[in-house]
Design a protein around this ligand. Structure first.
Ligand code: FES
Ligand SMILES: [Fe+2]
Length: 375
């Protein structure tokens, strides 16, 4: 399977074929992905404006490792393994909250926001017990353009902001995603391999056929899409909307974007699993995790630039948000059926060779990334 994957990755794009179907169904391959990718690489947990105040926290899961990220008193964010230092019970069960003290429900060991043990009931009964030796396990964290990324590696192979510099400087930096305000955080479980969603998100070839109720209404001709330069760390494609105003175009008070960028959509993936549709008037991100070969978990959210929210009368905010949520749910429903169909089809050991449309170059780039990481 690795040989097949490598052979598929070395072909030039115009002769490339889809990723070998079997890599979606092999438990051994999934284990390799967990070890070589999810235990090493930068994984997005959410957005930093979701936890603005001291003690605000988010929890997540990377490859079975429960994660806790907490806003510190000095404004930094720290990441920990969300497991108690006594006998490792999962510490904070909720997905989101605010606390200055984190108390384990099992034997009430209590930690501060820095992960230090500050209370361990009755442990004076144990001779020589030294509380300072017991603290939450720290993890490495980087904030990039408002997104919180965590690595489970003690020494990540890359500095995220350095490897994403070309993407930022040439393409997405001008949007200033860091100023977008998060308005939705949701999660979903689909019956497909995690890679099926990465592949689906990184091509817009399917948009006119699949997204009749949502994205296809922007009426962008496929001929207008441009696939970005090849990179080992990310891929993207982009297209400008025909309309200069309305949904998908920059708000009149947006002073960051100029020219056609005021109506530009950029779809990008920070490898392995951080997907973003970036528009002048909102962004939609999806962070994907495998649960098994046949199931994935995705956390997704929407963030909106300040000028859009600032001009919105407060009495319409809730109905606007409900509408936005329904729109995103509809787009997810449209994709889910096809992503799950992709998974089912690739179960067959008997398949023709397949091919790519020119707008599926990002999938070829992802295949090359996967092959490099898993060899
Ligand atoms: S496992 Fe947390 S206090 Fe015992
Ligand atoms: Fe889609």
């Amino acid at each position: 399977m690795l040989k097949k994957l490598a052979a598929s990755a070395v072909r030039p794009f115009d002769q490339a074929q889809p990723i070998p179907a079997s890599v979606n169904h092999s438990r051994e391959f999934l284990e390799r992905e967990q070890q070589n990718i999810f235990m090493q690489e930068w994984i997005c947990i959410g957005r930093d404006d979701e936890i603005p105040n001291h003690g605000d926290y988010l929890t997540h899961d990377i490859s079975g490792v429960p994660i806790l990220v907490v806003r510190q008193e000095d404004g930094d964010i720290r990441a920990f393994v969300n497991a108690c230092a006594h006998r490792f019970a999962c510490l904070m069960p909720k997905q989101k909250g605010s606390a200055r003290r984190f108390t384990c429900r099992y034997h009430a060991w209590t930690y501060d926001c820095r992960g230090q043990l500050i209370r361990a009931p009755h442990m004076e009964m144990k001779l020589g017990f030294e509380p300072s030796q017991y603290h939450l396990r720290k993890l490495i964290l980087e904030i990039w353009e408002g997104f919180i990324f965590v690595s489970l590696s003690e020494q990540p192979a890359t500095c995220l902001s350095t490897v994403l510099e070309p993407l930022c400087e040439q393409v997405v930096g001008q949007f200033d995603m860091g100023c977008y305000r998060t308005v939705l955080r949701e999660s979903m479980i689909w019956n497909a391999n995690w890679k099926n969603l990465i592949e689906n998100f990184t091509e817009s070839y399917h948009v006119p056929m699949v997204h009749g109720k949502t994205f296809a209404q922007h009426n962008k001709p496929l001929e207008d899409y441009i696939c970005g330069e090849d990179s080992d760390y990310y891929c993207y494609h982009r297209a400008a909307q025909p309309e200069e105003s309305g949904p998908g175009a920059a708000h009149k008070n947006n002073t960051r974007l100029t020219g056609e960028w005021r109506r530009m959509m950029v779809d990008f993936c920070v490898f392995p699993s951080h997907l973003v549709t970036l528009m002048p008037d909102y962004l939609w991100y999806v962070s994907v995790q495998p649960i098994g070969t046949d199931q994935m978990h995705a956390t997704w959210g929407v963030a909106v630039p300040p000028e859009v929210l600032d001009e919105m009368p407060s009495n319409i905010y809730q109905s606007w948000l409900d509408q936005l949520k329904s729109y995103m749910d509809a787009a997810n429903t449209e994709d889910k059926e096809l992503v799950e169909a992709l998974f089912r089809g690739t179960q067959s050991p008997l398949l023709p060779p397949g091919t790519y449309h020119p707008l599926e170059r990002n999938l070829w780039q992802f295949t090359r990334y996967l092959s490099r990481m898993c060899q």
